[in-house]
Design a binder for this molecule. Structure first.
Ligand code: CAA
Length: 295
């Protein structure tokens, strides 16, 4: 019998999840929608602020399923099923019958709080609310909730399809049944879930950002991007820090740096050049030193 993960309540407390809502249709949200539909085989609805964003998110899911099909990693039946399970809407009313709603919107506490306020006005009192935040306080997100006991942190890593880890965060109010459901979902998603404390950037990003901070500091101090970045290649990292930053998105990387600086001061630096690159609309740090700026 599989060992219960440390801190996970009795699985008998877990509630069934028949429909999932994803707030946002950006890259992270779309990857989550794909994972949920493919692994849990339940309907997943994604929402965003306009139809173009929603269409892009659903389009991403279809394109990724087609790639899996081309590589024979998914059967034609499963591919069709996964595609048909993922829908999009510009209205959060689509969450009315959802059992679990996860947000993957911009890393700004007030934006997330507003999202949860709108979602709570629509869903049933039992519907679980989850946040995919990578650096913000989950406890702070629970403050204005009508039912804080339904909130849980559910933090995935990029690319969601292949990264095996999931950080689960409970807040003081989180109900055991909610936490048990989160662990059961993780199992269904074939992810290794670990319960982490609600501390800035949890565990993984806190470690990652110390490394990232040294590389961006060297860059700020005048080291060419590729020299600073490649210095860590001999460590055998699967991706260099700047490649990772480009994949996650520079504004996201910048926000995580800021959150950690706010929480821990000088232990974590905020790169000034990263901000300049973002202001100029440059998506990849590498582009700044090889002259091929991707905008
Ligand atoms: N989406 C879906 N699948 C992807 C993918 C993507 N973006 N990137 C790679 N894959 C798949 C590939 O299709 C391939 O699958 P198949 O075996 O079925 O073909 C598999 O992953 C391996 O890919 P590759 O052989 O092309 O490349 P690789 O061996 O270099 O592995 C990688 C790719 C797994 C992404 C690896 O480079 C890696 O582990 N990188 C580090 C990623 C990481 O650290 N992520 C954490 C980011 S931090 C974060 O997410 C924090 C945050 O909260 C802000």
């Amino acid at each position: 019998r599989a060992k219960r993960p440390a801190g996970a309540p009795d699985r008998k407390l877990a509630r069934p999840v028949g429909k999932i809502g994803v707030v946002g249709a950006g890259l992270m949200a779309s990857q989550l929608a794909l994972l949920f539909a493919r692994q849990l085989k339940v309907p997943v609805v994604m929402t965003d602020i306009d139809q173009a964003r929603v269409d892009k998110g659903v389009g991403y899911v279809h394109a990724e399923v087609d790639k899996l099909l081309a590589k024979k990693r998914i059967s034609p039946d499963a591919a069709n099923r996964t595609k048909s399970l993922v829908t999009g809407s510009v209205s959060k009313e689509a969450f009315a019958d959802a059992d679990f709603v996860i947000e993957a919107v911009f890393e700004e506490l007030n934006v997330k709080k507003q999202v949860f306020k709108e979602v709570e006005a629509i869903v049933s009192p039992e519907c679980i609310l989850a946040t995919n935040t990578s650096s913000l306080s989950v406890t702070a997100m629970a403050e204005d909730l009508e039912h804080p006991e339904r909130l849980v942190g559910f933090h995935f890593f990029n690319p969601v399809a292949v990264m095996p880890l999931l950080e689960i965060v409970r807040v003081p109010a989180t109900d055991d049944a909610v936490l048990a459901t989160a662990f059961e979902l993780a199992k269904g998603l074939k992810k290794s879930a670990v319960l982490v404390k609600d501390a800035a950037a949890f565990v993984v990003n806190r470690i990652l950002l110390r490394l990232m901070g040294e590389v961006t500091a060297a860059f700020d101090e005048g080291t060419p991007a590729e020299v600073a970045d490649n210095a860590l290649r001999p460590m055998g990292l699967p991706m260099t820090p700047f490649t990772l930053g480009a994949m996650v998105g520079l504004p996201v990387a910048q926000h995580v740096q800021e959150s950690l600086h706010t929480a821990f001061g000088e232990r974590f630096t905020v790169s000034q050049n990263l901000q300049k690159l973002i202001d100029n609309g440059v998506k990849s740090i590498w582009a700044s030193s090889n002259g091929a700026a991707e905008k």
